[in-house]
Every structure is written in structure tokens, then in C-alpha cells.
Design a protein around this ligand. Structure first.
Ligand code: FMN
Length: 167
């Protein structure tokens, strides 16, 4: 069994709550839960699997705490790591930049030698454009607690099932 860190950045706690739900559902793996606000690189270095959560604030903008951490992220060697991404957004008010920050995070970590898992079909999401769509798939799990919070638990559960073969 691999060691897992769930690392999130969250401004109004939606991503935080999602991270806690993910941690709860992966309790058998005893994951470490870390807020990127703390600016700590250690969880990136000491775990095999990194589950990274980020919300989008403004077009093509990372959540503030991820933004502050970005220079450190650029210096990390993530080769050999397995990374899954989830992103909070709002497809009804921001349909043209839906979960963009998940795409930004994907771009940087995939340049660092990590293996990315957990892509998701855009089917069932109502949006126009997302930087997080690559080759017709979301690079991770989009969650929309503003417009369709009732779908969040099921989306997390289904997604985690697809990750389990890699854990
Ligand atoms: C000023 C503002 C700008 C936002 N911009 C976007 C955006 O461009 N794309 C998107 O998908 N969601 C956008 N959102 C929605 C947030 O990402 C969403 O509310 C998210 O759940 C916040 O997560 P957090 O509480 O973990 O920070 C925006 C929200 C606000 C208030």
C-alpha cells in the first residue's frame, strides 16, 4: 500500500471540505491532509501518491495559497510520484474558465516527471471552456459546490474507485 498525501488550497473552504471527504473515504490508507497555506514542501517529498486540490479564482488564476507556493512547486522534483488532481469551480457563473486552476496545476506537475492519474470525462458537466480539459478529458475531478453540490459526494466516490488500482 502506498503512502498518500492530500494537499489542498482553499479560500472559502469548499476545496477543504472536499479534501476532508476524500481523506475520510481513503481512511484505510491513513492519508496525510495538508493545507498548502502552510507552505510546506515535505508532504510532496515524503509520500508516493499526491492528491492535489485547488479552486479557481478568476480566469486562469490559481487559488491564492497555491499561487504563493508556486515558486517552491517549480523547484520540486516530482519524478516517480503519482499525482491525482481535483478542482473546485462554478460552471454556471464561470462557464468559460471552469476549473482552470486544475489545468494550471496539471501543467506544472506534469512537467516535473510525475505520473498523472484520475482523468474524468466531461460528460455530465455543463460548461463552455476549461484549461483543465486536455485531449477531451478533464485532467482530474471537477467539483461544483456552487451549482450542483448534490453531485459532489457521488463524484468523489466514483472517482476514488478509478484511483484505487493505483494506490
Ligand atoms: C471572484 C470569484 C471568481 C471565480 N472564478 C472562477 C472561475 O474562473 N472558474 C471557476 O470554475 N470558478 C470560479 N469561481 C468559483 C470558485 O472556484 C468556487 O466557489 C469554489 O468552490 C471555491 O472553492 P474554495 O472555497 O475552496 O476556494 C470564482 C468565485 C469567485 C467568488
Amino acid at each position: 500500500m502506498k503512502s498518500i498525501a492530500i494537499i489542498y488550497g482553499s479560500s472559502t473552504e469548499n476545496t477543504k471540505v472536499a479534501a476532508e471527504k476524500i481523506a475520510e473515504q481513503l481512511a484505510d490508507y491513513a492519508p496525510t491532509l495538508a493545507d498548502i497555506y502552510d507552505g510546506d514542501e515535505k508532504p510532496f517529498l515524503t509520500h508516493d501518491v499526491l492528491i492535489l486540490g485547488v479552486s479557481t479564482w478568476g480566469v486562469q488564476d490559481l487559488q491564492d495559497d497555491w499561487n504563493d507556493f508556486y515558486p517552491k512547486l517549480e523547484k520540486l522534483d516530482l519524478s516517480g510520484k503519482t499525482i491525482a488532481l481535483f478542482g473546485l469551480g462554478d460552471a454556471s457563473i464561470y462557464p468559460s474558465s471552469f476549473v482552470d486552476a486544475m489545468g494550471i496545476l496539471y501543467e506544472i506537475v506534469s512537467q516535473k516527471g510525475a505520473t498523472i492519474i484520475g482523468e474524468v470525462s466531461p460528460e455530465g458537466y455543463d460548461f463552455e471552456y476549461s484549461r483543465a480539459v486536455v485531449n477531451n478529458k478533464f485532467v482530474g475531478l471537477p467539483l461544483d459546490d456552487d451549482t450542483e453540490p448534490e453531485l459532489t459526494d457521488e463524484r468523489i466516490a466514483n472517482w476514488l474507485e478509478t484511483l484505487k488500482p493505483y494506490l
